[in-house]
Design a protein around this ligand. Structure first.
Ligand SMILES: [Zn+2]
Length: 263
């Protein structure tokens, strides 16, 4: 994995905030990228890399494994852990095969990636909307429609919890760095207890806060293993292929991507 550096050139300390996703260092090497799902869920705080929605907030929404550099453009990164992002279905579908050309990337027009980019340098919260602070933020908000209605509703709920401004735009990960006096009174009492109970304030408290945040974000309805295709699904695909075989010709739209109506 590449180590991010801050302005002073020092390596960024892992898991102590700094609003970066820190990837598990010792992931096994798999040729089937779906096997990385359990690591992605954990490392991404059970939250979408792009819109920050948590599994718990997303309810029925599916979570997927996104290839930061799409497989269609860079097939060699198909099963490389650092190219994989945990993403909600909505963001993944919008991202699709988008692959900004080098010139655009040099100018900052590329997708935000939470394992290398600090959220607070690219996005800020404006009420329930998120606005950009950089070209990367602009491109990501625009391409992924990060102010879509469902996300604004989630952010309104977050605002009502009045945890902190960062939580609205950065999601549950922002709470790693939260000051206790910014917390909702109910949580403040809990946090104070954690501090009292933590004998090693720096290490143990951070671990415990990370655990609590992950527990809050995780959905018990989502499992680490991507369910294998059921027989039904395989049959369905076979049926589809058979029918398609009966009528040779164009069975897919241009680019193989079905346009969905977006709000
Ligand atoms: Zn998303």
């Amino acid at each position: 994995m590449s180590v991010s550096k801050d302005a002073s050139g020092d390596a960024v300390a892992p898991a102590t905030g700094h609003d970066l996703i820190v990837r598990t260092a010792d992931v096994p090497v798999y040729s089937d990228y779906s096997k990385y799902r359990r690591y992605l869920r954990h490392d991404f705080y059970y939250s979408c890399a792009y819109c920050t929605i948590t599994e718990a907030e997303a309810e029925a929404l599916r979570f997927t494994i996104d290839h930061y550099e799409p497989v269609s453009a860079m097939p060699e990164l198909r099963a490389v852990y650092t190219n994989l992002m945990y993403a909600c279905d909505e963001c993944n579908a919008r991202k699709g095969d988008l692959f900004p050309p080098p010139g655009a990337r040099q100018d900052g027009y590329r997708f935000f990636r939470p394992d290398m980019d600090r959220t607070s340098e690219h996005f800020s919260a404006q009420g329930s909307a998120v606005s950009h602070k950089s070209k990367t933020g602009f491109y990501t908000i625009t391409a992924l429609s990060l102010n879509r209605r469902a996300l604004r509703r989630i952010r309104e709920l977050r605002l009502r919890l009045k945890l902190c401004d960062e939580y609205v735009s950065e999601g549950i990960r922002a709470l790693r760095d939260i000051k206790i006096d910014q917390l909702h009174p109910e949580l403040r009492a809990k946090a104070s207890r954690w501090i009292k109970e933590a004998s090693d304030l720096n290490e143990r408290l951070i671990d415990e806060i990370n655990e609590v945040l992950r527990a809050a974000a995780r959905s018990s309805l989502i499992v680490d293993e991507e369910p294998a295709d059921t027989d039904d699904d395989t049959l369905r695909r076979d049926d589809l292929k058979r029918v398609e075989g009966l009528y040779p010709g164009q069975w897919r739209g241009r680019g193989h991507r079905k346009k969905k109506k977006r709000n």
